[in-house]
Ligand binder design. Structure first.
Ligand code: SF4
Length: 280
């Protein structure tokens, strides 16, 4: 298997086979993200990807899913991605699914029927960074997409039968926009109805691929108490029909998880307990 540069994958894909189909991120302009800043975006050649898949055949049975790296594999032209998914289906007919990082931009650029056909070929989940539901915050961090576009892309994925794991970032609105950031994020999520929701924390340094550089905008890495307060406010306002929530990302200080809506009160009690302790 050939890998170029640092490889990132969601925590839940720890046991998946990782296959790099693009190098870097097609957007690569979000100010808080350092994951692919050292890479010039390009699509790997189909021959290289196919060679990796054929090599991985020797590990057949040792993984249940395949995760296509890097930043936004859904940016691949659909005919190209179709060939990769067809080869995966041929070589690994028993796996549970293929997953990708995706931006809402990629989703909205797909023509009618394309997402559905990718889903039929095994693409079963997209990991998408909502980051914030506030258009002010999204513009400040140069996400290049609006809240409404995020909501529209979620509807397109639901229609195609592709599950969504959405991540949001505590602290992205700084102190000043903290409440707006969280309330708008809850509103966006309630409209998107993700299957999984992860809460990350704005972090300093490049160790976890997240940092924030525009200090002149008055935004800073949040304190642990701000993170807990934001997590509580978000949880209070979430109205999700069936979603697994987790803060188990390396950037977060506080680990809590549970299925919503059933375990909402349990999660709130855990956050309150942490907030009331002297540890945070
Ligand atoms: S947050 Fe996502 S879209 Fe933005 S630069 Fe990083 S990988 Fe690309």
């Amino acid at each position: 298997m050939m890998y170029e540069g640092t490889i990132y994958r969601p925590p839940s894909e720890a046991d998946s086979l990782l296959v790099q189909v693009t190098i870097g991120c097609a957007w690569n302009k979000c100010t808080f993200c350092s994951m692919y800043k050292d890479k010039q975006y390009r699509i790997r050649s189909l021959e290289e990807v196919m060679a990796d898949l054929r090599e991985a055949e020797r590990y057949r049975g040792r993984f249940k899913r395949i995760f296509l790296c890097d930043g936004d594999a859904l940016a691949l032209p659909t005919p190209f991605l179709t060939k990769i998914l067809e080869e995966i289906k041929r070589l690994f007919p028993d796996i549970d699914g293929v997953r990708v990082y995706a931006s809402s931009r990629d989703v909205l650029q797909k023509k009618p029927g394309e997402l559905e056909s990718l889903a039929k070929l095994g693409l079963d989940m997209a990991y998408i960074g909502l980051e914030s539901g506030s258009d002010k915050v999204l513009a400040a961090v140069n996400k290049g997409i609006t809240k409404q576009e995020m909501i529209d892309s979620a509807a397109a994925l639901h229609k195609a039968g592709i599950k969504q794991s959405i991540s949001v970032i505590s602290g992205l609105g700084g102190k000043e926009l903290s409440e707006e950031h969280i309330l708008q994020t809850a509103d966006a999520l309630n409209k998107m109805q993700p299957d999984y929701l992860g809460m990350l924390v704005l972090h300093e340094g490049e160790d976890v691929g997240l940092y924030y550089v525009t200090e002149e905008q008055g935004l800073r890495v949040p304190s642990s108490r701000q993170v807990l307060a934001e997590m509580r406010l978000l949880m209070e306002h979430l109205e999700l029909d069936d979603c697994f929530f987790s803060s188990a990302h390396v950037s977060n200080y506080f680990y809590v998880k549970g299925r919503l809506p059933g375990e909402k009160q349990k999660i709130l009690a855990q956050i309150d307990s942490a907030y009331g302790s002297r540890v945070y």
